[in-house]
Structure formats: C-alpha cells, structure tokens
Design a protein around this ligand. Structure first.
Ligand code: TUI
Length: 314
C-alpha cells in the first residue's frame, strides 16, 4: 500500500485518512491516527482560529507525524482558519461543504497539500484545474453534510475524469470497503464513523453508544429543504426537524433549530435532543478499539479480502 500515490504524497504508511468531523476530530484523535500510520485530521468546524490554534499546539506535542486540518467552508471563520494553517505550516488541508477555489493558490504557494471533498464530477474537474493535490470523493452514505450520489456510482466516474489521486469516502469502515474503493480506482480511503468508536475519540460516551447501537436503516437526512442535507442518526431531534421541515419554508427558522445541536450531543451527551451525525455504515460498527487496532485490522482484512476475491474472476 506504500505504493499508493497518496502515501507518497502525504508521507504516511497506510492510505487511510481520518474524516474531519466537527467537535469530534480533536488533536487527540488526529494524533492517534497519525501515530498509527494514517493521516489524522483536526476539524475546524465552526470554531474560531484561537480554538484551532490550541489544537495545533496540542497535536505538535502528541505526534511528529504529518496531520491535517479540515476547513468547513460554511464556517464564518474559514478565512482566518486558512491564515492560521499557513502561519503554522500545517502539512495538509482538507475542505468540506463548499468550493475551496479562492484558497487554492495561497495554499499551493506555501506548499500545503490541499485535498477538497467533492460530491460531483464537475467540481472534481474544476478543483483539479485549479491545482489541488488530490480529492476526497464522498458519497451520500457518509455522515454529516452530504451530496446526492453514492460512493459506488461517484468514485469511478471521478476517477475517469481526473488524473490526480482520488480518496474514497462514505460507507467505508473495514477492509472490505477499502478494497471495494480501490477496485473503483481510489488510491486511499477517508474514514469517519468508524473512528468515532475509538478509544482516543474523547467525545461523550453516549454518542459512541448511539453509533454502536445503530442498525442499517437508523440514519436519515435532515435539511434537504435548506440546501444543506445532513445525515444523522434517527432520534427525537431528527424526527422533529424533519416534521418541521415539511411544514415550513422558513429557512431561518430551520437554521436556528439546528444551531448548537451537534455540540449538544458530542459534548453534553444529549443524544435525544442533539444532532448525532454518522454515516450509513454505523450499523457495521460493533466495538470500540484503539485507532491503531482499527487501522491495523482494516489493512490486514483488506489484504485477506484481496487474496480471496480472485476466485470470483478466474
Ligand atoms: O463537510 C462535510 N461534512 C460535514 S460539514 C458539517 S458542519 C455542518 N453542519 C450543519 C450544516 C452544514 C454543515 C458536518 N458534516 N463533508 C464534506 C462534504 N462536502 N460533503 C459534501 C460536500 C460538498 C458539497 C458541495 C462539497 C462541495 C460542494 O460544492 C458546492 C459548490 O459550491 O460547488
């Protein structure tokens, strides 16, 4: 796997990138992933630069391996987070929830690797032309803010449309998913939901338990009507949000309804009234392990799956 362009580009051992999950992807989680041979990512979410500056200080103490910052482009602080990333010489930036176009030149000029999340072939082509280093192609199976297309349909279409390396995301939590992604032409995977259920993920235990007890059909999408669809675990909050969404066109009211709800579940552990973001693959996650075990088990399983599937085509 060291032969993957992603491993060479990012100086990592395994082509596994941890998803930048707002409130969840802290320095502790990111350092654990980076120290296990993947690429750990600190999520900036809606936090101001001072908060992320502290996380960068922490991760520099916890690891000497490469790491990244995820910039959520809907955040009012996106500009100042980009300035911080450049000042601190953060090795990698991933972006989500928008087009990072206006930041690409700045990041390239300072040698920061830039890897946007894209939900379509058109945006993939546009950001490749603008000079990004790789792209994360995320299917609608993913948790949080999502696009329309599935990983299975989108990844090969993007792979055919660009020359830069593709990292597949959405619906991947084990070695089988990893091999499936490679079969579609991806050279790396981004893993979110599986890392929520890790020892080093220092969120409220009840959030982890919600993910562990989720079954295949237990996630739903809220916010389709607002243009910001978000996949969450079906709970009281999600049902109420969907109900109100059906009866109102007041986007401001819906926006207000969602504000602070991720913090409520992740930090305070209110998994009934909070927004519990997770991907469709939550139903596959059955235990809490260390990040090192998650990565090692995934790589080992991928290798075994690769060996065993040749019987289907011979
Ligand atoms: O960004 C994510 N996942 C997220 S961000 C987030 S915080 C949030 N909370 C409430 C509402 C909105 C955000 C929670 N989860 N994943 C990456 C991702 N990016 N998925 C989809 C996209 C995306 C969508 C449209 C990327 C680019 C894009 O471009 C549209 C355009 O402007 O061309």
């Amino acid at each position: 796997m060291m032969n993957s362009r992603i491993c060479k580009m990012l100086s990592i051992e395994h082509p596994i990138i941890q998803g930048g999950m707002a409130w969840v992807s802290t320095a502790e989680l990111a350092a654990a992933v980076s120290n296990s041979g993947g690429l750990g990512i600190i999520a900036a979410g809606n936090a101001p630069a001072e908060v992320i500056s502290e996380e960068i200080r922490k991760i520099k103490k916890l690891t000497d391996k490469p790491y990244g910052i995820n910039v959520m482009l809907l955040s009012p602080y996106a500009d100042e987070i980009i300035d911080l990333v450049i000042r601190e010489k953060v090795p990698v930036v991933t972006t989500g929830a928008g087009n990072p176009g206006k930041y690409i030149k700045m990041l390239k000029d300072t040698n920061t690797k830039i890897i946007p999340v894209v939900p379509s072939v058109s945006l993939a082509k546009r950001v490749e032309k603008a000079g990004v280093d790789a792209i994360i192609v995320e299917g609608t199976e993913a948790g949080g803010h999502i696009g329309e297309l599935t990983t299975m349909a989108l990844v090969p279409q993007v792979v055919d449309a660009v020359d830069i390396p593709v990292i597949a995301a959405g619906g991947i939590a084990d070695g089988r998913g990893m091999i499936a992604a490679f079969a579609l032409g991806a050279e790396g995977v981004q893993i979110g939901t599986r890392f929520i259920c890790s020892n080093e993920c220092n969120i409220h235990e009840d959030y982890k338990q919600s993910v562990l007890s989720a079954k295949d059909r237990d996630t739903i999408v809220t916010g389709r009507s607002t243009g910001h669809p978000v996949r969450v675990i079906k709970n009281k909050f999600a049902r109420e949000f969907q109900k109100i969404e059906k009866s109102t066109n007041d986007l401001e009211e819906l926006e207000k309804l969602g504000t602070g709800k991720l913090r409520l579940s992740v930090v305070d552990g209110d998994v009934d009234n909070g927004s519990v973001m997770a991907g469709q693959i939550a139903g596959l996650v059955k235990d809490i392990k260390s990040c090192k075990e998650i990565i090692e088990d995934m790589v080992k399983e991928a290798s075994e799956v690769y060996d065993s599937i040749s019987r289907f085509i011979n």
